[in-house]
Design a binder for this molecule. Sequence first.
Ligand SMILES: Cc1cc2nc3c(=O)[nH]c(=O)nc-3n(C[C@H](O)[C@H](O)[C@H](O)COP(=O)(O)OP(=O)(O)OC[C@H]3O[C@@H](n4cnc5c(N)ncnc54)[C@H](O)[C@@H]3O)c2cc1C
Length: 161
Amino acid sequence: MGTQTYDAIVVGSGMSGGWAAKELCEKGLKTLVLERGQQLRHVTDYTTALKDPWQLPHNNRATNADKAAQPIQSTLYLYDQSTKGMFVDDNRYHYEQAKPFNWYRGYHVGGRSLMWSRHVFRFSDLDCGGVHSSDSVCQCARAAGRFGRRSRQADAAAVQP
Ligand SMILES: Cc1cc2nc3c(=O)[nH]c(=O)nc-3n(C[C@H](O)[C@H](O)[C@H](O)COP(=O)(O)OP(=O)(O)OC[C@H]3O[C@@H](n4cnc5c(N)ncnc54)[C@H](O)[C@@H]3O)c2cc1C
């Protein structure tokens, strides 16, 4: 197998990695994205998306077996028969909790960009002028010239049906 070289390697293909890869590619860098999860084909692999509760097992409710297999993921308000396949197996992907922390995750191409609820919150001047203003995300984003651009693209994404 021949050796491949890349200008940049992005680990994870979720919102963060996907966006970083897009930016790097647009700057002309040869970019490799590494993703630990499975490929999910847009639309055709969303096999439960258009089903009604009565078309799903257990009228779309989580069972005790589901809760045992995914004790953290199953606490999420939208966890049910139609969504459980998008969430990790907690027993396989165990993590130490120094304090109680429910970490909801999906390991597949696109990460949680396939799972989020489409609420797009925009930072306000209040967020940017708070006590942490010297090192806030807002100031970093503004300094990088990304703030307005990202907002417009997020707005466009939010109005998609
Ligand atoms: C149910 C739900 C609803 C949400 N609703 C909203 C909302 O309405 N509004 C909002 O703003 N946010 C929402 N969020 C949060 C938002 O979806 C996440 O903050 C965001 O998608 C996280 O993006 P990320 O790229 O940081 O992580 P992820 O999307 O989790 O991406 C990480 C990627 O890295 C991969 N990966 C992990 N480890 C490795 C490794 N070692 N090697 C290779 N690949 C690896 C994973 O498989 C995954 O694809 C929601 C989240 C969930 C779960």
